[in-house]
Design a protein around this ligand. Structure first.
Ligand code: GAP
Length: 475
């Protein structure tokens, strides 16, 4: 099936089964914002829980949950006020607004699809050789790039558009009261460096982890959850002694790569992409990319950032942010290794990775399409479903007792509607790894069948062993 159709099918399933809804849908939706439904919120929580355990269940990584609104000087120190902008261009005929760099990249892709490799290569080379600040306007005009909406080439100038959402503290909309919705969670970590180090009695090297919402007024939102205006990040800053950053960077790159694999990501759908151009203060940067149905896209960045961030905050706040070893007298501003992954973007990657359609034969020997989300059991929104085979002969009583018992430990569903084959399909479609059926034999000998989602194999075990069976696979 075409990749475009796969994404459409995934989005449609996500809505139909309650993973993701358009924000404020009854009012026509709000562009770039999405709501997580009953199953989506479970999947998102499982991803975040898994990240949190992976990152903070260690000796030297502490967590924080900083406020979304921060002192406005934070964003001057971080460079976001001056530099966190995208080049924007409008088409005069259609009034469509584009990110200038995306307009060029999309055009290169269209040229390639049409077999105009020579033109595409030339444009790509011009873009890669351009020096900052890049003159996007002349590149667009020289290449005669048409607006995808109107087909015309009448463009406005390129303007820089700051991506931070502004709001106001207090009742007056004065400039002095301007604050920003944070565009990344990382700064909440940097400003708490000293607080955490001292209160948690940590020594360098140590890290601070945080999960939270971030906001960016993206010019073009696209591809479902990939680029949105409100999203969640999971970030960790690891503070190290200068000179050790190379080995720490390698360590964290491997840790983060393994996290995706351990949660069932197909290795062929992941790649590491080192940055070709580094920020002036950076020593190394690599992205973990996932092969989405629309192509490769970044899900996580791992950056070696020297002491740039702590030094800037020292400069702007006047507070020394350094490590002092009281025993040896040694003092330095730690270097930082950052790992930064989108919770919502990895949600989309895990959803795409899990999605599968296969042909199976039903109980009457007829071929049918089975849609299945092959989530890792730890991520699956529902861990197990309990079915009484029929609603009589004591089966509902046994099924309900098991359901109530399991519900104390796991997210479980009870389903007694329709043929068991249909019930399996409903659970396959939301990725439930285990379906437990209570039949006539269960009433007689206190055993149940457990059917595993991917292999569709069934085993029979004692009811008293079901909880430990699930714990073994989900804990
Ligand atoms: N502190 C570093 C930082 O914020 P970034 O590459 O801008 O780096 C990190 O963002 C991650 O946050 C990305 O890899 C992506 O997963 C997620 N992300 C960034 N912008 C996003 C957006 N508009 N929508 C969804 N996720 C986004």
């Amino acid at each position: 099936m075409a990749q475009k159709n796969i994404l459409d099918n995934i989005i449609s399933l996500a809505k139909r089964r309650g993973f993701v809804f358009q924000s404020s849908e009854i009012y026509g939706g709000l562009n770039g914002c999405w709501d997580y439904g009953p199953l989506g919120v479970e999947l998102l929580r499982n991803i975040k829980e898994s990240w949190w355990k992976h990152m903070t269940y260690r000796d030297n990584i502490e967590g924080v949950d900083a406020a979304i609104l921060m002192h406005p000087r934070t964003w001057e120190a971080s460079g976001h006020v001056q530099q966190f902008s995208d080049p924007m261009i409008d088409n005069k005929t259609s009034k469509a607004r584009h990110r200038a760099d995306n307009l060029i990249e999309d055009y290169i892709e269209r040229l390639r699809k049409k077999g105009k490799t020579h033109e595409a290569d030339a444009l790509e080379q011009r873009l890669s050789e351009a020096v900052e600040p890049i003159d996007y306007y002349n590149i667009i005009v020289d290449a005669e790039i048409p607006d995808p909406v109107s087909g015309t080439t009448d463009w406005t100038d390129v303007r820089n558009f700051n991506l931070m959402f502004k709001t106001f503290i207090g009742p007056l909309e004065e400039t002095s009261a301007v604050v920003y919705l944070r565009p990344e969670t990382a700064q909440g970590i940097f400003v708490n460096f000293k607080n955490v180090m001292e209160s948690a009695r940590q020594k360098v090297p140590f890290g601070i982890a945080q999960i939270g919402k971030a906001f960016r007024n993206e010019i073009n939102t696209k591809n479902f959850l990939f680029r949105t205006r409100e999203f969640e990040q999971m970030e960790m800053q690891y503070f190290v002694k200068p000179g050790t950053e190379e080995q720490e960077f390698d360590y964290w790159r491997e840790q983060r790569w393994n996290w995706f694999l351990e949660l069932g990501m197909k290795p062929e759908s992941l790649k590491l992409k080192p940055h070709e151009k580094l920020a002036h203060y950076a020593k190394a940067a690599v992205d973990i990319e996932y092969l989405f149905p629309f192509g490769w896209g970044e899900v996580e960045g791992i950056h070696s950032r020297t002491n740039h961030d702590l030094s800037r905050h020292t400069e702007f706040s006047g507070k020394k942010l350094e490590w002092v070893d009281t025993a040896s007298g040694e003092r330095f501003v730690p270097y930082v290794i950052e790992t930064s992954v989108g919770a919502s973007r990895s949600f989309m990657a895990f959803l795409c990775n899990a999605y599968d359609e296969e042909t199976v034969t039903d109980e009457n020997g007829k071929a049918e399409t089975r849609t299945v989300l092959r989530f890792h059991p730890k991520l699956a929104p529902v861990s197990a479903a309990i079915f009484p085979l029929v609603n009589k002969d004591g089966m509902p009583d046994v099924a309900e007792a098991l359901y109530r018992d399991l519900q104390k430990h796991f997210k479980v569903q009870y389903d007694d509607k329709g043929a068991v084959g249909r019930r399996y399909r409903r659970q396959d479609e939301i990725g439930t790894p285990y379906c437990i059926t209570i039949d006539g034999q269960s009433v007689a000998d206190q055993t149940v069948t457990i059917r595993e989602r991917d292999s569709m194999q069934q085993i029979r075990i004692e009811i008293s062993n079901v909880k430990s069976y699930l714990l073994e696979r989900l804990a």
